[in-house]
Design a binder for this molecule. Structure first.
Ligand code: KIV
Length: 270
């Protein structure tokens, strides 16, 4: 069984695999494949809830989806992503929202899109027994401030700030750190600077682990970011199956005898 402790121990030892999931059947498949960590990402906003960004995602939506994923898994570490403005505004509210993920949805940990404003919160949550995965680099909840989903840490000052914040979050108790869309040489230096594991997305090969959004991996979206890789064509397979279903109903081929049941006692009711 993967725990926050085993994830910490994997740093520099063996690659950590992490994927997002937002429902029970997908989580089951991911766990059966032996993936270490399942992130119930607020990427659910774009990936499965039909929003244009992650900003509208609510605590209730993440809690409900996390519950589904947690019920479907035994071995993987389940991490609930705290949605936009559910943390960092008011301490008591942040703690209550993060606590819900463990108490109500059975998550093992929470992830916070991080910055200077999450260092003390990470310490507080960790002290209270809520393990925190930090997240630096591109933090999509800041899309309006960043002006797009652009690569981060490309200039010296910004790169130094990422290294410093990474150290601060480690010191505050974070058990791991996601690094999104940063140069690979920066991700390598952050990884070397920390003893907790780094998990990269669009951050090159030198982090302790990798994470991708499951709909990108499966080929379920019609768009995916350039740093992602499609490993299957689930959209194509869904299109094939749904078209085949429609054709079979329209042609009268479905339902066939083996899908139907006749009860002779009710032959002459009409
Ligand atoms: O919401 C999410 O899926 C994420 C990952 C891309 C790291 O934050």
């Amino acid at each position: 069984m993967t725990t926050t402790r085993t994830v910490r121990e994997m740093a520099g030892e063996e690659p950590i695999t992490m994927l997002t999931a937002y429902d029970a059947p997908t989580a089951e498949v991911i766990e059966e494949a032996g993936v270490d960590v399942i992130l119930v990402g607020d990427s659910m906003g774009n990936a499965v809830l039909g929003y244009d960004s992650t900003l509208p995602v609510t605590v209730d939506e993440v809690a409900s989806r996390t519950g589904a994923v947690a019920r479907a898994t035994d071995d993987a570490l389940v991490v609930a992503d705290m949605p936009f403005l559910s943390f960092g505004v008011d301490d008591a509210e942040s703690i209550e929202n993060a606590g819900r993920m463990l108490k109500e949805a059975d998550a093992d940990a929470v992830k916070l899109e991080s910055g200077p404003h999450t260092v003390e919160l990470t310490r507080r949550l960790t002290d209270l027994g809520i393990p925190v995965m930090a997240h630096l680099g591109l933090t999509p909840q800041h899309v309006n401030q960043l002006g797009g989903y652009t690569r981060q840490g490309t200039e010296r000052d910004a790169a130094e700030e990422i290294v410093e914040l990474a150290r601060d979050h480690e010191e505050a108790g974070a058990f791991s750190l996601v690094l999104e869309h940063v140069p690979s040489n920066l991700a390598r230096q952050v990884t070397e600077a920390l003893s907790i594991p780094t998990i990269g997305i669009g951050a090159g090969p030198d982090t302790d682990g990798q994470v991708l959004v499951v709909t990108d991996v499966l080929g379920l979206d019609d768009w995916s970011p350039p740093f992602s890789k499609q490993f299957g064509d689930v959209r194509g397979e869904m299109q094939r199956a749904v078209s085949e279903y429609r054709r079979a109903v329209e042609s009268g081929e479905f339902p066939a005898e083996e899908h139907s049941h006749v009860e002779h006692d009710v032959d002459d009711v009409y």
